[in-house]
Design a protein around this ligand. Structure first.
Ligand SMILES: Nc1ncnc2c1ncn2[C@@H]1O[C@H](COP(=O)(O)OP(=O)(O)OP(=O)(O)O)[C@@H](O)[C@H]1O
Length: 271
C-alpha cells in the first residue's frame, strides 16, 4: 500500500492563496509528475504532502489515514522526501548522509546493524555514488549531492517518495537513470519536474498546476496537449511521438506571452 490523496487542500500566506482546493491522487507504485511554471505551487504542495506545512483547509491521506492522525515516527518510516535545496550536512561523508535514512528504524543511540549496512550499500550502488562514499558531503558536485539524497531516501525503504526537481543538477545519463530507477521501484513517487519530455516518458499520471490550482490532471496524453501547455506555460509547442519508441515528444516553438517575447534589444544585431 502507498496511496497518497488530497481533498480540498488550500494554503495561504498573508492573505495570498498559494494553493487552492487541490484534489490529487497518487496511486500505489505509480509515478505522479507535478508540473507547472515557476511559482505555480509545486514545492508548496510537496511540503503539504510531507506534513511540513499545515493546510488551511483540506486533508492529505496516506492510504486511509489522514496525515494529521499519522504519528511522526510512523510517517518517517514510510515517507522519504528529497528536497530541492538540500540542507547542509557539515562534517559528514556521503555514507553518513545515506545512513541517516536508517534513523527512523533505530533507537537514538543504537549502532547500525548488519542489515542497515547492507541496505545502505545497496542504496549507494543503485544511485551510482558508492565510489564517493568516503568523500565529504560539502565537496560534492550538485548532481552528486542529488544522488546522495536519493540514496538516503532509498535507504529509508519507503512506501512513498516525494521529490522536488530531482533531476535539475543531473547530467543526461543520470537524469534517465534516476527516472528509470524510480520506475523500477515499487514505491509511490510524487515528483516535481520542469522537463515535459521526461514527464511524458516516465510519469503514469500528471498533475499540472497553474497559480496554485490544478489546471489539468491525468495520463500524459491528456495533459500534455498544445492547448493546455500554451495556456499554462505561455509557450507554443508541437506535440508528436518519437518514431522509434512512440513516446510523446514535446518540441518548444516559441514563448507566446507578451512579457516573454524577445524584444528588439535582446535580438542579435544583424550588423
Ligand atoms: N512562506 C512563503 N511566504 C510567501 N510566499 C511563499 C511562501 N512559500 C511559497 N511562496 C510563494 O508561493 C508560490 C509558489 O511557490 P513554490 O515554491 O511552491 O512554486 P514552484 O511551483 O515550486 O516553483 P519553482 O518551479 O520555481 O520551483 C511562489 O510565488 C512563492 O513565492
Amino acid at each position: 500500500m502507498g496511496r497518497i490523496t488530497t481533498t480540498g487542500l488550500s494554503w495561504s500566506v498573508k492573505g495570498h492563496r498559494l494553493l487552492d482546493s487541490i484534489e490529487m491522487a497518487a496511486e500505489d507504485g505509480k509515478i505522479v509528475g507535478l508540473l507547472g511554471p515557476n511559482g505555480s505551487g509545486k514545492s508548496t504542495l510537496l511540503r503539504l504532502l510531507a506534513g511540513l506545512r499545515r493546510p488551511d483547509t483540506g486533508t492529505v491521506r496516506y492510504d486511509d489515514t489522514s496525515l494529521h492522525d499519522l504519528g511522526r515516527r510512523v510517517l518517517a518510516r514510510r515517507l522519504a522526501v528529497v528536497e530541492q535545496d538540500v540542507s547542509a550536512h557539515n562534517h559528514v561523508n556521503v555514507r553518513q548522509v545515506v545512513e541517516l535514512g536508517r534513523t527512523p528504524f533505530r533507537g537514538r543511540f543504537d549502532a547500525l546493524t548488519e542489515h542497515d549496512r547492507r541496505i545502505v550499500d545497496a542504496a549507494l550502488e543503485r544511485t551510482d555514488i558508492a565510489d564517493k562514499q568516503h568523500q565529504s558531503w560539502h565537496t560534492l558536485s550538485g548532481g552528486e549531492k542529488q544522488r546522495t539524497q536519493l540514496a538516503r531516501a532509498l535507504a529509508q525503504e519507503p512506501q512513498e517518495i516525494l521529490l522536488d526537481e530531482p533531476t535539475n543538477h543531473l547530467d543526461i545519463r543520470h537524469q534517465l537513470e534516476l527516472l528509470d530507477l524510480l520506475t523500477s521501484l515499487d514505491i509511490t513517487c510524487v515528483v516535481a519536474l520542469h522537463d515535459l519530455n521526461l514527464a511524458a516518458r516516465y510519469c503514469d499520471h500528471i498533475v499540472l498546476l497553474d497559480h496554485g490550482q490544478v489546471a489539468a490532471a491525468g495520463v500524459p496524453e491528456t495533459v500534455l496537449t498544445p492547448d493546455l501547455i500554451e495556456s499554462v506555460y505561455d509557450v507554443n509547442v508541437l506535440v508528436d511521438r518519437e518514431p522509434t519508441t512512440g513516446t510523446l515528444r514535446i518540441t518548444y516553438l516559441a514563448a507566446t506571452a507578451t512579457g516573454t517575447t524577445p524584444t528588439k534589444a535582446m535580438q542579435l544585431d544583424p550588423q
